[in-house]
Design a protein around this ligand. Structure first.
Ligand SMILES: Cc1cc2nc3c(=O)[nH]c(=O)nc-3n(C[C@H](O)[C@H](O)[C@H](O)COP(=O)(O)O)c2cc1C
Length: 480
């Protein structure tokens, strides 16, 4: 596919410019031309959980790592600032804050946070500061729900300072093993390795509860270990094969938690996945080649780029049986198909030029999330991938909540550049154009070069760091 000219969202000045553009590119999005008056928007309506807890509004901050912890997995001043921005954004649901590893060998990078007994006091302090910050700004935090995302990075583990990949896999993968140079001698995790890991998740969940967090997310997305279980069809033994077995990892964790801390469990789920993409003609992303059917995409239809939600629906039925109420929908993986998980006009340095108008990627996630919500009205469903909507985020977000297409609008990259966007929307303030995320992807490119993440183009805190100049130099060399 040759390079296509993509119209920038900032050039779409009026609601009809935006909706005409959607028609032109052959996609659709729910859209509310005239936003509701202050106090009348569905985005400001509380949602009550089965427990009776009332979440104050329909904005959720999605988890976002900063690659800025210490090598022992403790938060730094940068981590604290980022989390504090989440807590004072105006959103009333903080989904996990960021991915926190349950043990050292599952860290995605040497600076990823790590939950263990030694680090526990720091997590308790982080949690306490989130509540305090929110209370100082809004008077009370009784309607703020805060979870912690727990993870093991599986085949994308890079735990040590030498930054070498130390993968943990579940089965032989027809594309990823080669793409990420898995050693021929590499052995997949054994069932007893997994049993041990289950205990680490249960322990970390107990510590999260003690620190104050109100739920834990057992991460099942983005190509990390939890997600890999969902596609482990060709693994034998109790953790692979039929869907029932592929869920045994989550089931064992939930049972362990129910027998100990009893902290509520949520799941962030890649509800669909595509085959890995790679650079094609003029660096535009194209699907990698594979033989026969591509069965390794959970929620895929076997073609590599199509979606079939039948297994996803079966999975969600099981979630309901396990007592899971909160589900955050996302898709794909930042490592092998970044345009699927986070639509962007400017790709990260290890990516490829967009193979489609990024609004198509936004629409894909919004409508798949809506199909899930329709089928599972009792689950609390959080949507993702709204940041690329830029100026039009409030118009799409309010329409989504009005129509019941999701329960929460999840915000990722947008809160790195514009932390209080939820508050501005709810207060009817004019959006601050200079803070709107334009998806430059520096928040991903910086960590790919070993630096911390942040909004280098728009947030003066990062703009002024020496890393900003290094990043500029690096980008000149790798420009796609
Ligand atoms: C810098 C960065 C860090 C991220 N870290 C995490 C993470 O720790 N856990 C997670 O589930 N998703 C993570 N994500 C994905 C986001 O939560 C979100 O799904 C994605 O950015 C799409 O939403 P958006 O369009 O609002 O940015 C990260 C994304 C970015 C850009």
């Amino acid at each position: 596919m040759a390079k296509q000219k993509i119209t920038r969202v900032a050039q779409l000045k009026t609601p009809s410019d935006f909706t005409d553009h959607l028609d032109k590119i052959g996609t659709r999005l729910p859209f509310k031309t005239n936003l509701s008056k202050v106090g009348k928007s569905s985005l400001g309506t509380p949602l009550t959980l089965k427990s009776g807890f009332e979440i104050g509004n329909r904005f959720c901050i999605l988890p976002m790592e900063g690659w800025d912890g210490t090598i022992d997995g403790l938060p730094t001043e940068h981590t604290k600032r980022r989390w504090q921005n989440f807590a004072t954004s105006g959103a009333k649901l903080l989904w996990g804050c960021e991915a926190v590893a349950v043990r050292h060998d599952g860290r995605a990078n040497p600076n990823q946070l790590l939950m263990n007994e030694k680090n526990f006091p720091a997590f308790k302090e982080l949690y306490t500061d989130l509540r305090k910050g929110h209370e100082e700004k809004y008077g009370s935090s009784s309607d703020l729900l805060i979870g912690l995302q727990l993870t093991h990075s599986g085949r994308f583990s890079v735990p040590d300072v030498d930054r070498s990949r130390k993968p943990h896999t579940l089965y032989k993968h027809s594309v990823l093993d080669e793409k990420f140079n898995l050693a021929k001698t590499h052995q997949a995790m054994t069932d007893s390795d997994i049993d041990e890991l289950v205990n680490d998740f249960v322990k970390a969940a107990g510590l999260a509860k003690e620190a104050g967090f109100q739920f834990v997310d057992i991460k099942h997305c983005h190509g990390y270990l939890g997600h890999e279980f969902l596609s482990a069809k060709n693994r034998t033994g109790k953790y692979g094969g039929p869907l029932k077995n592929r869920l045994n990892f989550l089931r064992a964790i939930v049972e362990g938690i129910n027998a100990t801390s009893k902290i509520p469990v949520g799941v962030r789920l890649s509800a669909f996945d595509f085959v890995p993409f790679e650079k094609g003609e003029e660096n535009v992303g194209v699907p990698s080649s594979f033989q026969g059917r591509y069965n390794e995409a959970f929620g895929g239809d076997g073609t590599g780029t199509g979606i079939d939600l039948n297994e996803v629906f079966e999975l969600l039925e099981q979630f309901e049986e396990l007592g899971i109420e909160l589900v955050c929908i996302t898709a794909g993986s930042p490592y092998y198909n970044p345009h699927v998980i986070r639509p962007a006009i400017f790709p990260p340095s290890d990516g490829y030029l967009p193979p489609e108008d990024p609004l198509i990627g936004v629409s894909r996630q919004i409508y798949i999330t809506s199909e899930i919500k329709k089928k599972f009205p009792n689950l609390v469903i959080i949507g993702s991938a709204y940041s690329y909507l830029q100026e039009w985020l409030p118009h799409v977000g309010e329409a989504v909540i009005d129509k019941g297409m999701a329960d929460f609008v999840g915000l990722g990259r947008m809160v790195l550049s514009y932390p209080n966007m939820p508050e501005d929307i709810l207060n009817g303030n004019k959006l601050v154009r200079g803070n709107i995320c334009r998806t430059f992807s520096d928040c991903t490119t910086a960590p790919r070069t070993g630096m911390l993440s942040g909004c280098f183009p728009l947030d003066s805190y990062y703009k002024e760091m020496p890393e900003a100049a290094k990043l500029k130099e690096f980008k000149k060399k790798v420009r796609l």
